[in-house]
Design a protein around this ligand. Structure first.
Ligand SMILES: [Zn+2]
Length: 415
């Protein structure tokens, strides 16, 4: 199984927007832009919402059938590890092996020695096509990189084999992800991580590094855009080089786990894809859930009441909701409106405050981040929330499709 050049990952916490998400991909196709959809959901999301990996498969199959989608599509076991992979094996055909927790942990001495021996040929000056400056690699660099990443790659190998034993190694797409770590990985580190991935015989088709800068949940990129652009292009060059050097799958591409909505780096990404001809996988994670809340607010009536209630309760449970996401959100509490204030809002005011439209004066990124991590509140509402999704399906579907198409796909893939 070989994933196509452009793929787009969407998350759908409450499993009701599969069709609306696919509609955005179809819109792109009609304009001549071929992207394949990937539905992704992590174990954490499944357990908070109370869904199972097989539910995501059912949702994807149903959406594809309803809209007559003939091309490939994938169901991503997102950020799985050895402990969580089992229930994902049967229904998924894309596996994101998350080994970020093992970065920096000690590997076996003999593995480190073997790693250094394998990569000795790169010592000294190294010219990688597409990177302007020559790299200078010392044995000390190899030692450091091996010590930092080798155990993580070994663990990825273990997870890969666990899936491959049950599914057959050619029947799924493998991604290796290290994005949920504190330190970004440099292009040089990436080169030797890919060397280790090849040595471990993991047929990685996508790799998700931690890029430079801050990738907060649901809001724009915070960091040096020029630096990001340089590294992103160098990462592409490193991948092309590594594919030839190490015999990795020739469709290997970068996977950007955006934590959603990294609009200011979409321009640089688009330029890089155009200039290099590289492919990409984009994971947008959870903004579909925010579009559900926007759609509910716009629908008015009970929809708006629910949207306001989600915010009120999210405020009350601020610490509990934000705690698990502490490293990926930055909320200025003093800029959050009070529940009483929000109670007076009309549909437009609520939607404008939440919608990620940087040109709108009402947009409030603190409000948005709090709602983003507040999906547990909606999950606890149970059938009250789900019935509203069904009742106001038309309005919500429109906001979901528009978000994916206009704010994401257009900016990355279309002119
Ligand atoms: Zn990720």
């Amino acid at each position: 199984m070989k994933i196509e050049k452009f793929s787009f990952g969407t998350g759908d916490r409450f499993a009701h927007q599969g069709k609306a998400q696919l509609a955005a991909i179809i819109k792109a196709k009609k304009l001549g832009c071929d992207i394949v959809p990937v539905w992704n959901k992590s174990n954490r999301e499944h357990s908070i919402i109370g869904t199972k990996p097989a539910d995501l498969r059912a949702e994807a199959d149903a959406a594809v059938k309803a809209l007559g989608w003939d091309d490939s599509y994938y169901v991503d076991a997102d950020h799985i590890n050895l402990g969580t992979v089992d229930s994902f094996i049967q229904p998924s055909n894309f596996f994101t092996l998350d080994v970020a927790d093992y970065i920096g942990q000690k590997c076996e001495e003999k593995d480190l020695t073997a790693f250094i021996a394998q990569n000795k040929k790169f010592l000294g000056t190294l010219q990688i096509p597409g990177i302007d400056t020559k790299l200078n690699i010392t044995e000390n660099d190899l030692q450091k990189i091996g010590a930092k990443f080798l155990l993580a790659v070994k663990k990825a190998g273990e997870i890969f084999r666990q899936v491959a034993d049950k599914k057959g190694g050619d029947n799924f797409v493998t991604e290796v992800s290290m994005d949920e770590s504190n330190q970004p990985q440099s292009p040089v580190e990436m080169l030797f991580i890919l060397s280790a991935i090849a040595a471990e015989k993991i047929p990685a088709q996508t790799i998700a590094p931690k890029f430079t800068g801050r990738f907060n949940k649901g809001v724009d990129y915070v960091g040096n855009v020029a630096q990001f652009e340089k590294e992103f292009n160098e990462d592409i060059a490193v991948i092309n080089f590594a594919v030839k050097q190490f015999g990795l799958p020739n469709n290997l591409k970068l996977s950007v786990h955006s934590g959603s909505d990294k609009f200011s780096i979409y321009g640089p990404i688009k330029r890089a894809l155009k200039n290099t001809g590289a492919g990409i996988h984009v994971k947008t994670a959870g903004t579909t859930w925010l579009e559900e809340i926007i759609g509910l607010a716009l629908a008015g009536g009970e929809g708006l009441v629910i949207a306001k209630d989600v915010y009120k309760q999210a405020l009350e449970h601020f610490d509990e909701l934000c705690g698990p996401y502490a490293t990926v959100i930055d909320i200025d509490k003093s800029k959050l409106p009070s529940a009483d204030e929000v109670a007076k809002w009309d549909s437009q005011k609520y939607a404008n405050t939440l919608r990620h439209d940087l040109s709108c004066d009402d947009y409030n990124l603190n409000f948005r981040q709090l709602i983003h991590v507040g999906y547990k509140i909606a999950a606890n509402m149970g059938s009250r929330y789900i019935s509203a999704l069904e009742k106001f399906e038309d309005t919500i579907a429109q906001t979901v499709t528009e978000n994916i198409f206009d704010r994401h796909i257009k900016r990355i893939f279309l002119d």
